[in-house]
Design a protein around this ligand. Structure first.
Ligand code: ARG
Length: 461
């Protein structure tokens, strides 16, 4: 059994209902490791500054290691009457080592302690997400390398627009996930600042060494203003926003995979391993993975709005409302981690159906813009007049159930005598795609440059 930590001003036993309502131990036990690491650094600093003895420090550290082991071996009793992870560990330590445990909380408060633990958790999560996103980028780049010539219709308004290649389409997502990685990294850098030593709100009267403690914990620096530090949850908001943006990107890719794997498109087929079947229709293969990814975007957005709302209007400094900051962050982090992992796996095993993509490219007169450009460049048309004439050619092709790229020279000459033999090649879908070689364009040569850019970006990390 643990020894309850002294409860201060109130003396009467707490109502059972209050214990349940007030406690956060059910979820902040997630922070046990950060709490133990934080306490070890804290007592090292206290002993270096001769605020506690070296013997007390050693006893506390040994005791904390025992607590850690008990938790990791499932031998630990998380008791609701201990309120939160900070009190719980301290009371268990008291039972294990006696009165020296009571020295651990010198020159700190739960306000800077929770700010420390939570910040450390968020910083670690930023790093883990970056690692997982690199794995996802690897998968996308490997797919891209194989498909720089695979034609498919590029769309706007979900209507066939211009021919592009599949690598180009995948690299659009690589660009998005690169920004996500950069956002997690920026946030890590901005927030790698130690809050510990701020105590309740006003700093501490002890001769503490915050710099030393920060260094022990791997922080770059120490926070400037303690009142702000114990009230600050921007680091949590940032990871929530960054996860929402990441999940929005994942959701857009998921939506495309869902469409592409329908019989209307048939561009891709998810592996059996990453698809599910219907309980009643034996012929069905459902894209549950991308659907769930799309759906989970809702809950992470909810978590972001929830924390913004909790913090809005809070007076400085700590208020108990802030205990509501953790569950949403834990949930968003877990959701994002599993989502990135499963997306990587589903993509790795997804079959890409080049033939269906090519067939679709032949619908919708995707090289119509090329005819207009041809008339402008070679037949003395203004672009607007060329646009109009091209519209007439498209109508003719429609009536004759052909794609504009399938018309022959005689048919085209009927519209404009100046059109020459080279138009046939110009209107070919591959030529059309390869004509767009401006920087960042879809032409295979331009796509290859983009691929090279992302590959070298991956290497310098
Ligand atoms: N469980 C609390 C939380 O998560 C810890 C901080 C409590 N501080 C206080 N002054 N009551 O926010």
């Amino acid at each position: 059994m643990s020894t309850k930590v002294a409860s201060g001003k109130t003396t009467a036993p707490k109502a059972k209902l209050l214990d349940e309502f007030n406690a956060s131990i059910m979820f902040d036990k997630e922070l046990y490791l950060q709490d133990i690491e934080g306490s070890i650094a804290h007592v090292k600093m206290l002993s270096k500054q001769e605020i506690i003895s070296n013997e007390a420090k050693e006893k506390i550290i040994d005791g904390l290691h025992v607590v850690q082991q008990e938790i990791e071996e499932g031998q630990y009793n998380f008791d609701i009457s201990d309120e939160d992870i900070h009190m719980s560990i301290e009371s268990r330590l008291s039972t294990l080592i006696g009165d020296d445990a009571k020295r651990m909380h010198t020159a700190r408060s739960r306000n800077d302690q929770v700010a420390l633990d939570f910040r450390m958790y968020v910083l670690k999560s930023n790093k883990e997400l970056v690692e997982l996103l690199f794995d996802l980028q690897r998968v996308l780049l490997d797919i891209s390398a194989k498909h720089t010539k695979t034609l498919l219709p590029g769309m706007t308004h979900l209507q066939h627009a211009q021919p592009i290649n599949f690598a180009y389409h995948m690299l659009a997502y690589v660009s998005m996930f690169k920004r996500d990685i950069e956002r997690f990294e920026d946030s890590y850098k901005r927030n790698n600042i130690s809050p510990i030593g701020c105590a309740a709100l006003a700093g501490s009267p002890y001769q503490t060494d915050r710099e030393y403690e920060a260094k022990l914990l791997g922080f770059d620096s120490v926070s400037i203003n303690c009142l702000d530090t114990v009230s600050d949850r921007d680091f949590a908001l940032e990871i929530l926003f960054n996860i929402s943006t990441l999940m929005m990107h994942i959701s857009r890719l998921s939506e495309e995979i869902i469409l592409w794997s329908s019989s209307e498109f048939g561009f891709v087929e998810l592996s059996d391993e990453y698809s599910t079947s219907s309980s009643i229709m034996p012929q069905k293969k459902n894209p549950d993975v991308p659907e769930l990814l799309r759906g989970k975007t809702g809950r992470v957005n909810g978590n972001l709005i929830s924390l913004l709302t909790v913090l809005k209007g809070l007076p400085l400094a700590y208020n108990k409302d802030m205990q509501e900051d953790k569950e949403g962050v834990f949930d968003s982090v877990k959701t994002a981690k599993i989502s990135v992992k499963i997306l990587s796996e589903a993509l790795k095993s997804m079959r890409i159906n080049k033939e269906e993509m090519l067939k679709a490219t032949k619908k919708g007169h995707l090289s119509a813009t090329d005819l207009a450009d041809y008339l402008t460049a070679n037949c003395e048309y203004t672009f607007r007049d060329a646009y109009k004439l091209t519209g007439e050619v498209v109508a003719y092709a429609e009536e004759n159930k052909k794609d504009i790229s399938e018309l022959n020279l005689d048919e085209l000459k009927k519209f404009e005598l100046k059109i020459q033999e080279d138009i046939i090649n110009t209107l070919e879908l591959e030529t059309s795609m390869n004509a767009r070689k401006s920087q960042g364009g879809t032409a295979t040569c331009s796509t290859l440059k983009q691929l090279e850019y992302f590959e070298s970006w991956m290497k310098i990390r």
